[in-house]
Design a protein around this ligand. Structure first.
Ligand code: ADP
Length: 159
């Protein structure tokens, strides 16, 4: 497969669930760009630069992956990278409604971009950045769900 694929998201912060999706995409495409969104409907605890740095730290083992911050629409960013593939992750059924809306809206915005959904391994099906934050705040151990640098940054921010 020749094409590059773009994985857009908030990544506040990146978890092992995200990394699982990135590893899968990296086996299918020549190059995967993790595109960290500056504007998001969610209230982020990390600024864009730190979300980018943490995503880089968590993916140093993947040599066909790079990380960039972006502003504006993800379909516009994807076209600016000469790609037509958006990667998203699907966890439980609860993701479906939102992801369906998002992919249909993106298709209306840009007919040339196709969204591909990948499913993580079972261990990460219920993992989210918000769950990580809640567990860290309550003093729990999250070693199995995030990169050590991500955990250190979360502890620093939340405890
Ligand atoms: P967004 O705010 O764009 O939903 P996120 O950073 O929360 O950004 O997630 C980006 C993408 O990664 C979404 O498609 C989301 O469903 C997916 N994702 C998040 N956590 C996981 C996980 N544990 N396993 C698989 N996919 C995930």
């Amino acid at each position: 497969m020749k094409e590059n694929a773009i994985y857009p998201g908030t990544f506040d912060p990146i978890t092992n669930g995200h990394t699982d999706i990135i590893e899968r995409a990296g086996k299918i495409f020549d190059k995967v760009i993790i595109a960290v969104a500056k504007e998001t409907s969610k209230e982020c605890i990390f600024p864009l630069e730190e979300r980018v740095e943490l995503a880089k730290a968590a993916t140093t083992h993947l040599n066909n992956v790079c990380v960039e911050g972006f502003t504006g629409l993800s379909v516009d960013y994807i076209k600016s990278k000469n790609s037509s593939i958006m990667i998203r992750g699907l966890r439980a059924v609860s993701d479906f409604e939102f992801e369906l809306q998002l992919s249909l809206a993106n298709r209306d915005l840009c007919h040339d971009v196709e969204t591909l959904y990948l499913i993580p391994k079972k261990e990460y099906i219920y993992l989210s950045s918000s769950l990580l934050k809640q567990i860290i705040k309550s003093g729990g151990d999250v070693n199995q769900w995030a990169h050590p640098k991500v955990i250190a940054a979360l502890k620093n921010q939340l405890r």
